[in-house]
Design a protein around this ligand. Structure first.
Ligand SMILES: Nc1ncnc2c1ncn2[C@@H]1O[C@H](COP(=O)(O)OP(=O)(O)OP(=O)(O)O)[C@@H](O)[C@H]1O
Length: 591
């Protein structure tokens, strides 16, 4: 964490320096006050004759010091904020980019709610801690040491009172810290839970409404919320009885100082003004110790949050970058040695795969297949057989457990991730739509795409008609999560976004399931005609989606069961025949 504050070292140095200035002004006041009382009012060194001029001069001096203290306080606040806010900003940015580099399984492991809490609340806690360390801690330290020194310099006998009350207050502080510390870790976990429930409910609000589960979800939210509040209350309760106890000790100390002061005034070793100053110094010292309570509370929360932030920052991406930058130069042109090669060649070589969370359960088993550049490959199989898992290995959403996936003859793990993913465009069944215009949603796949290219991609994705029917056409803003679009419309935008990328490999992972058969047939026909050199992989449930593919791959429980054209598979694959018959019976195949 230190490296984040180093960048703003000047603010981190100036904030405490100005705070030292403010606290020093506070320490001067009681001393001036005692002189005003002893010399200005009581005239102790002038046979009881007061000095009004001295009172005015010292009074003005006190006002001046208050002013200086105020300015120092403001400057300290400004610099602490500069350091704290920028620190938080940088940590948040790094957290975000680290989370972006996570594999799906790493995101699952932390949980989305917890990651949100870490980027928001945890960063705020650490930011508060930094600001407090630069200001509150310095102030407390100066008032404690300075107050103690000033009081003892008045008369050592006052030290007896502090000697008794200080350990008592310290005991209270230590007791509080020991009790409260573990609760802060629990508090952040409860906040994670609350965020998880919130996030699930906001994202899944339609399902909740459709199943009339609002009451159930309200109870689930209420339970998480109650748990959070109860943990918070535990801490506050602890604080609420610790503070009065410490106040009682403080007040007893003041009474004791007055008593010790009275004795000393009687025997002439201190003056009444010095007793007044001693009372203020004692209050400053004991208040400083009491404030340690808050400081440690703040530090404790900051440490807990800091640990949670470091857990994310120290979690190295599972999917590591390779060195190979691809066959294209920076300007996009093919390198000389590869100019004659057609890109988009994919080889699965004895690939087996298990999800990192269930390593013993192989989802893909010894799968081998060579997909040639420009080929259209259909992937079919019953639900859960591993179709999506298989295609996820191509852009390295996950890494193979054994075997290799090669693109253009190079292991995908050897590619730089950017180079690899630049070669692939993928459209998923669940289309992620952003709350931007339709045009921005499509050109998300290629940021610099001009209007014509966007419209062409929309045409390819059979989306032109519905876009033109929207009031503002391509400039229509889509609501968050694409709720203002139908399922099929969202899929078409996601397909257009994939098409516009102009990648060597186009993967449709059940991406056209919400399209009617005619639209879907037009989509794949147009793609075949317009992009003959692009390798197309179509994962589907319906035979109609893949019937015209060059080859169809049948997957059965993670194994390659059969591969061939529609006609060939009808002859050789019993699984394909079963699917064909069941779908033909349902009238799902457009012949
Ligand atoms: N992130 C994950 N962690 C652990 N197991 C998973 C994960 N994703 C999928 N699985 C499991 O892997 C298996 C294959 O899932 P996959 O999504 O690849 O199937 P599919 O053939 O694409 O199914 P569908 O046709 O229903 O989309 C399933 O048993 C599923 O439960």
């Amino acid at each position: 964490m230190i490296k984040y504050i180093k960048k703003y070292w000047w603010a981190a140095v100036l904030a405490p320096l100005f705070m030292i200035g403010e606290a020093s002004m506070d320490l001067l006041q009681p001393r001036l006050m005692s002189i005003i009382v002893d010399e200005g009012v009581l005239g102790l060194s002038n046979n009881g004759v007061g000095d009004l001029g001295l009172v005015i001069r010292l009074g003005l001096m006190m006002i001046f010091f208050v002013f200086i203290g105020g300015v120092c306080g403001i400057m300290s606040g400004i610099f602490a904020n500069i350091a704290g806010q920028n620190f938080g900003n940088d940590v948040r940015k790094d957290l975000f980019s680290r989370i972006m580099s996570f594999s799906f399984s790493q995101t699952d492991e932390f949980s989305t709610g917890s990651l949100i809490t870490r980027v928001t609340n945890d960063v705020t806690q650490v930011q508060n801690f930094v600001q407090m360390a630069l200001r509150g801690f310095v102030r407390t330290f100066i008032l404690f040491i300075g107050g103690l020194f000033c009081m003892l310099s008045l008369n050592l006998s006052f030290g007896v009172v502090i000697g008794i009350s200080l350990p008592l207050i310290l005991l209270c502080v230590i007791y509080f810290i020991a009790k409260a510390n573990p609760k802060f870790t629990i508090l952040q976990k409860k906040l994670d839970n609350l965020n998880n429930v919130m996030q699930e409910n906001v994202a899944g609000s339609r399902v909740v409404k459709a199943y009339v589960r609002e009451d159930y979800e309200k109870k689930r939210f209420g339970k998480s919320n109650d748990e959070l509040v109860n943990t918070q209350l535990d801490v506050l309760l602890l604080l609420s009885y610790m503070t009065p106890i410490m106040n009682v000790i403080l007040n007893f100390s003041v009474v004791a100082i007055i008593k010790v002061g009275q004795i000393n005034v009687m025997n002439g070793s201190v003056t009444p003004g010095e007793v007044m100053a001693a009372i203020t110094y004692a209050s400053q010292v004991l208040n400083a110790v009491m404030r340690m309570n808050m400081i440690f509370q703040n530090a404790s929360r900051g440490m807990t949050s800091g640990k949670r932030i470091l857990e994310v920052l120290n979690c190295l991406p599972e999917i590591k970058d390779g060195d190979f930058e691809g066959f294209k130069g920076d300007d996009g042109s093919a390198r000389d040695e590869e100019r004659d090669k057609k890109p988009g060649d994919i080889i699965f070589e004895n690939v087996s795969f298990a999800y990192p969370t269930q390593k013993e359960d192989l989802i893909i088993k010894d799968f081998s297949l060579h997909i040639r550049p420009g080929e259209t490959i259909g992937i079919l199989g019953e639900t859960g057989c591993g179709k999506s898992s298989l295609v996820n290995l191509i852009p390295r959403f996950y890494d193979v457990s054994s075997g290799r996936v090669l693109i253009d003859g190079v292991d995908v793990r050897d590619y730089k991730l950017k180079a690899l993913r630049d070669k692939i465009a993928i459209a998923l069944q669940k289309s992620e739509i952003f709350s931007e215009t339709i045009r921005e949603n499509i050109s998300w796949g290629k940021k610099d795409a001009d209007y014509d290219r966007v419209m062409h991609a929309a045409k390819m994705a059979q989306a032109l008609e519905f876009i033109e029917n929207k009031p503002e056409g391509i400039g229509t803003v889509v609501t968050q999560g694409g709720t203002s679009l139908s399922g099929g419309q969202k899929q078409r935008l996601a397909i257009a976004r994939a098409v516009i990328k102009g990648a060597d490999i186009l993967i449709f992972d059940d991406a056209s399931s919400a399209l009617d058969l005619k639209t879907e047939a037009n989509l794949y026909k147009d793609l075949k005609e317009e992009y003959p050199n692009t390798t197309k992989i179509i994962v589907a449930q319906r035979i109609a989606s893949v019937k015209d593919a060059d080859r169809i791959v049948i997957i059965d429980e993670g194994k390659l069961s059969a591969v061939g054209s529609h006609e060939e598979l009808l002859k050789i694959s019993s699984i394909y025949q079963d699917i064909y018959n069941s779908q033909l019976g349902g009238g799902q195949i457009a012949e």
